[in-house]
Design a protein around this ligand. Structure first.
Ligand code: ADP
Ligand code: MG
Length: 319
């Protein structure tokens, strides 16, 4: 891989959890109904994401690993009308430039699948293969060609908890998708895919906590300015001492727990609370795709709204 490719990779691929985030987003964009995540050795030995989505047509597999070759944006105007989680065409080439990657994929319309092997950005092999429709991407020895970055990573336990947090976020944002997460051979999370957000919360936090959460809902504005907020929130006696139980999604995209929108949620909640406590909440915010700009940060985890006050008022009302 060129130095430039590796530097660019640093923007998207900071740690094992960022690889999982990008691969899971791709699986969701591919319309998967089942996604299996497997992690070995804190994510440094192997990260694997397997889905039953649309797969990649055999003549497009190489293209998927070329920089900025996304299949998800058609015209420039689409950048203000984003309906997929990915749109930059950066993740796969970035990941492939800093690891040993195996992609096995088959488009449902094709008889045979393709297996592609790439190491450090260089194509090693391409062979036809028999496989079920969908895509499996295995990423081994992340940062093997960037020893400094590899050393900089925290402990295996820290990386595993970052990976779990990413998977939990997407499982909550997509309750209709069946997620399985296997950490070092142990089934760490399995959701039913029945579409019920509370059932995902039961898997993550246990029945005792999840059944006490209260449903919230609000709708504000119309057409382009319409904002719909729905979700589940803890009653005051169930608050937490950390913000890591706050899950806020905008058009199904998970936001940073420290971002400005989370502050709005907390403000709405704090009026009836003691200091230092935080809600356990899963909040699903939907706005028109043209009313939000997700193109603010390479990891896409902060957003800008065209109609901020409507969003704030909808959150205030719901919470
Ligand atoms: P982006 O998601 O921004 O388009 P990526 O680098 O993440 O860019 O992926 C490049 C392309 O590879 C996607 O646009 C898509 O066409 C294809 N692709 C990647 N992962 C999958 C998957 N799991 N299933 C089907 N297609 C995929
Ligand atoms: Mg992507």
């Amino acid at each position: 891989a060129t130095i430039a490719a590796q530097i660019a990779a640093g923007e998207v691929v900071e740690r094992p959890a960022s690889v999982i985030k990008e691969l899971v987003e791709n699986a969701l964009d591919a319309g998967a109904s089942r996604i299996t995540i497997e992690v070995r050795g804190g994510g440094l030995r192997e990260l694997k994401v397997q889905d039953d989505g649309c797969g990649i047509a055999s003549h497009e597999v190489e293209l998927a690993f070329e920089r900025h070759a996304t299949s998800k944006l058609q015209v420039a105007d689409d950048l203000f009308n984003i309906r997929t989680l990915g749109f930059r065409g950066e993740a796969l080439p970035s990941i492939a430039s800093v690891a040993q990657l195996v992609c096995i994929t088959r488009n449902a319309n094709e008889e045979v699948g393709t297996e592609l092997r790439i190491a450090g950005g260089d194509l090693q092999a391409r062979v036809p293969c028999g496989c079920s429709p969908g895509t499996s991407i295995s990423v081994r020895n992340l940062f093997y060609n960037l020893p400094v970055r590899r050393e900089y990573l925290r402990s295996e336990a820290t990386e595993l908890s970052a990976i779990s947090a990413v998977v939990q976020q997407y499982a909550l944002a997509y309750p209709e998708v069946r997620f399985s997460m296997i950490l070092d051979g142990r089934l760490a999370l399995q959701t039913s895919g029945d579409g019920d957000r509370r059932s995902v919360l039961i898997e993550i936090y246990g029945l005792d906590i999840a059944r006490q959460l209260l449903p919230v809902e609000a709708e504000v504005g119309e057409d382009l300015q319409a904002v719909r907020v729905s979700g589940l929130i803890s009653p005051p006696e169930l608050t937490r001492s950390s913000r890591s139980y706050i899950h806020v999604f905008v058009n199904r995209r998970a936001l940073q727990p420290r971002g400005p929108l989370v502050a709005v949620v907390e403000d709405a909640y704090h009026t009836m609370l003691m200091k230092g406590r935080h809600p356990l909440v899963a909040l699903d915010i939907r706005v028109h795709p043209t009313a939000v700009d997700v193109n603010v940060h390479p990891t896409k985890s902060e957003v800008k709204f065209r109609f901020g006050p409507q969003v704030h008022s909808a959150i205030g009302r719901a919470v």
